[in-house]
Design a protein around this ligand. Structure first.
Ligand SMILES: Nc1nc2c(ncn2[C@@H]2O[C@H](COP(=O)(O)OP(=O)(O)OP(=O)(O)O)[C@@H](O)[C@H]2O)c(=O)[nH]1
Ligand SMILES: [K+]
Ligand SMILES: [Mg+2]
Length: 494
């Protein structure tokens, strides 16, 4: 009987289809293994000290031999100095380091070669042209190296996404998150969850096949139920965190708001270290929402400058105020700016009552919004600090003019953003894309169907659907359509 059960475990683990086919069709670039060997410049464009050109495919060894003298292959994975010359004319092109990576121990899993040449444009184009003349070689499409690595099982889909994010990472926190994803933490987690479902499915199928059999382990369906319950809790916890990884990838929305002339635009310019917004003593200078991507204390953010909130103004400014309010509703974090020397003015009081206080108590739609209150122009304050009669929530003092208080503000921002985006160096791996969130939710919904299923066949089917969602996160079965989207992010040579 136990043998019967383990056959089922194995069958369920294999699933209805092989999860990782070795060749893929219909995904833009030609399927790997189709015989073509590709080459591209993999380092950046332009004049540089060293440029790296690489090839991947069965003719890589031939390409290396055709361009180098002596014409033997260097030892695997060892850099060797070689004279490169054009195989057609014999003309010397460069003296360069070459590397030979026989498959499958290479980035793509295929035979690969690397040429580390001097980075001048003429050398690079000479070597690229020489490679193009070798039979069986053609230029690589954008992302084709990584695509081949994925197709040959060298990288999972989440690792591919991590690699794309690493190439585009602009802040420290983004780099940390991308590196963790590239290291396979998210794929590992998803595979573990999928295994749990495989076990639960095996138990249900065993009961379907041998339910009447006395030899079947007792409580086998209860075991499946408790596995599903544990998984639901784990998935729920990750989904609650879902927006954090995405914020870290694309930047948290930080909206600078306040009454006219409080110094909002001055603060935006200070934080972004460039003159993004016009600053002037005239109230109502900023009329539209101005967005600028910034690195705030190591976290990526999209900073929005907005029109000063006040009433009784002309139609254009009124529209600016309406847009400011709309943007406030979408903010992940509000930077509320008031003029410290003007706290008793009607516009300051109005802003405190309508924006600052409600944010602390939970916004109208029930979810509380993060807000930092900044009292700007501290240089204008008397020695005793801001007007003690103003009943204020916790605040930070700042002078955009002198820069005093900026360090304190940056530290407060770092804490807020770490809470919003999650700390990429600790804790469980984050879901970095809407795609991950979609499949986790799909998995959770299917587990709901499992619990409500009226018969065991439907219950088993629900588990298969749930597991299908998890395997699609890491790139198993039916992901062709998203491959193109993901590989669009890659440049030629990656
Ligand atoms: N003394 C002093 N003046 C400041 C400080 N910050 C800004 N200002 C001045 O305050 C005036 C208004 O600054 P802005 O940055 O244009 O203010 P704003 O809130 O964007 O104004 P609107 O866009 O019109 O709503 C300008 O003259 C600034 O030079 C500060 O810390 N100290
Ligand atoms: K102004
Ligand atoms: Mg302004």
């Amino acid at each position: 009987m136990w043998r019967g059960l383990w056959t089922l475990v194995a069958r369920a683990a294999r699933g209805p289809r092989s999860p990782r086919p070795c060749t893929r069709q219909g995904s833009g670039a030609p399927a790997p293994g189709s015989g073509a060997t590709v080459f591209a410049l993999s380092s950046g464009q332009g004049r540089c000290g060293i440029a790296v050109i690489r090839t991947s495919g069965p003719a890589s060894g031939q390409a290396l031999r055709s361009l180098t003298a002596p014409r033997d292959l260097p030892p695997a994975r060892k850099a060797c100095l070689r004279l490169l010359s054009d195989p057609r004319s014999g003309e010397p092109l460069d003296r360069a380091l070459v590397l030979w990576f026989p498959g499958p121990q290479s980035f793509t899993g295929e035979d690969c070669a690397e040429f580390h040449v001097h980075g001048g444009p003429a050398v690079v184009s000479g070597v690229l042209q020489a490679l193009g003349s070798v039979p069986g070689l053609r230029p690589a499409e954008a992302g084709e190296f990584t695509r081949r690595a994925f197709a040959l099982g060298k990288l999972s889909l989440t690792e591919v996404e991590g690699l794309a994010d690493l190439i585009h990472a602009e802040t420290e926190a983004q780099r940390r998150q991308a590196l963790r994803q590239l290291d396979g933490e998210l794929s590992h987690l998803c595979r573990g969850w999928a295994e749990t479902l495989t076990k639960a499915l095996a138990h249900v199928e065993a009961y379907i096949d041998f339910g009447e059999d006395d030899n079947l382990e007792e409580g086998i369906l209860d075991r499946a139920d408790s596995e599903v319950r544990e998984l639901e809790v784990a998935l729920g916890a990750h989904l609650r965190d879902a927006r954090r990884g995405q914020r870290l990838r694309s930047g948290a929305h930080v909206v600078v708001a306040g009454p006219p002339n409080a110094g909002k635009s001055s603060l935006v310019n200070l934080l972004s270290r460039k003159p993004v917004s016009i600053v002037s003593p005239e109230p109502g200078t900023t009329r539209d929402v101005l967005e600028t991507p910034v690195d705030l204390a190591g976290f990526p953010a999209l900073l929005s400058d907005t029109a000063g909130v006040r009433e009784g103004v002309g139609p254009v400014e009124q529209e600016g105020v309406r847009r400011a309010q709309k943007r406030l509703e979408q903010a992940d974090l509000i930077l509320a700016v008031l003029d410290a020397s003007d706290l008793a003015s009607p516009s300051s009081c109005n802003f405190l009552d309508t924006v600052v206080m409600p944010a602390g108590a939970g916004s109208p739609n029930g979810r509380s919004q993060r807000l930092l209150l900044v009292l700007n122009k501290s240089d204008l304050l008397p020695a005793g600090g801001p007007d003690p009669s103003a009943d204020l929530p916790p605040y930070l003092l700042l002078s955009c003019l002198t820069g005093e208080g900026l360090d304190g503000l940056l530290e407060a921002l770092r804490k807020e953003l770490a809470a919003l985006c999650g700390d990429p160096s600790t804790g469980p791996p984050l879901l970095t894309r809407a795609r991950h969130q979609h499949h986790l939710q799909g998995c959770l919904d299917a587990l709901g169907h499992y619990k409500q299923a009226k018969d065991l066949a439907l219950a088993a089917e629900a588990l298969r659907v749930a597991r299908g969602h998890l395997t699609r996160i890491t790139g198993g079965g039916g992901t062709e359509e998203i491959l193109d989207i993901i590989f669009q992010d890659f440049c030629v040579g990656k």
